[in-house]
Design a protein around this ligand. Structure first.
Ligand SMILES: NC(=O)c1ccc[n+]([C@@H]2O[C@H](COP(=O)([O-])OP(=O)(O)OC[C@H]3O[C@@H](n4cnc5c(N)ncnc54)[C@H](OP(=O)(O)O)[C@@H]3O)[C@@H](O)[C@H]2O)c1
Length: 282
């Protein structure tokens, strides 16, 4: 007896992987989105329950259409109980110098990709009166220096989550935002690599203006990543959003996320700016 079928994008590692394994173990039929067959095979070996790898790059329209066809052929009239838009990358750097193509790539994956996947699967979700869960971030509620590309994608995803929840209300399709703080996943390492690359590509003037502060930010980020909460904590929030009788519109995950949002709400903007400047020694 299954609790229904769910599609999760970006399941090869981190939060997506934890969600795929957790939801399969708790009785869902999981379609685990990956970009490489070997990542899907590895997940399938580890899973208890029903888990089928689903090849999908969220920036590739024909891959999304093929994934939808495969899922539809499997679920038929039962439809889809859930879609978890989780895939993501983290691009950072001072806005004055961020290459526009890097900003575009950031928005392609973290924002437009999710819209395209949601559009493709919505007819199947409507059949089952399913739910949509968007993995945004506490970075979709606060804004920090040098995280402009990443956080702008998450702020926009927060807005689209609210819009979609209102638009889909007539069909009883709930849409939730999951807003994790620091979670221990490979994203931090990948983000640091991207950060160093962007640092390398900065023109001399950029180095002179921002180099010290960026290096400090990379250090702070590395420490945050090391102390991050386990991704299984996010998986539990995703399960609640998919199954609770009264799911919440947004789920802040982690004490650090709650503290950041509270500080942002309570402190005047200038005091917040000064606090962050002190942290980054700007
Ligand atoms: N870790 C945190 O502290 C944290 C905090 C807040 C929010 N989040 C959000 O949580 C989500 C998952 O991140 P994570 O921390 O678990 O990082 P992760 O381990 O790096 O996972 C990212 C996943 O996204 C996939 N992906 C990247 N580009 C893709 C594309 N074009 N199409 C399909 N899949 C793609 C990756 O697949 P490949 O292996 O093929 O690259 C990987 O499976 C992201 O949206 C992230 O912004 C993370």
């Amino acid at each position: 007896m299954t609790r229904g079928a769910v599609v999760i994008t970006g399941s090869s590692t981190g939060i997506g992987r934890a969600c795929a394994l957790h939801l399969a173990a708790s009785g869902f039929q999981v379609f685990a989105g990956v970009r490489r067959q070997e990542d899907g095979d590895a997940l399938q070996r580890e899973a208890t329950g029903t888990l089928d790898p689903l090849l999908v790059d969220v920036t590739d329209g024909s891959a999304i259409a093929a994934a939808r066809e495969r899922v539809e052929a499997s679920v038929t009239s039962a439809g889809l109980a859930g879609l978890v838009n989780n895939a993501g990358i983290a691009v950072s750097g001072p806005l004055e110098f961020v290459p526009i193509d890097d900003l575009r790539r950031q928005l392609e994956v973290n924002l437009l990709g999710h819209v395209a996947v949601t559009q493709a699967f919505l007819p199947l979700i409507r059949r089952a009166r399913g739910r949509i869960v968007n993995v945004t971030s506490v970075g979709g509620r606060v804004a920090n220096a040098f995280l402009g590309p990443y956080q702008s994608s998450k702020w926009a995803l927060e807005a689209l989550t609210d819009v979609l929840r209102k638009e889909l209300r007539p069909w009883g399709i709930h849409v939730a935002a999951i807003e994790p703080g620091a979670i221990a996943t490979p994203m931090w390492e990948k983000g640091a690599d991207e950060g160093s690359e962007i640092l390398e590509r900065l023109p001399a003037e950029g180095h002179q203006l921002y180099g010290k502060a960026i290096r400090r930010m990379v250090d702070v980020a590395a420490r945050l990543g090391e102390r991050g909460a386990p991704p299984e904590r996010v998986a539990s929030a995703v399960e609640h959003a998919l199954t609770a009788r009264r799911p919440r519109p947004r789920y802040l995950v982690g004490v650090d996320a709650r503290v950041q949002v509270a500080l942002n709400r309570l402190l005047p903007a200038r005091a917040n700016d000064a606090l962050e400047a002190r942290l980054l020694r700007i």
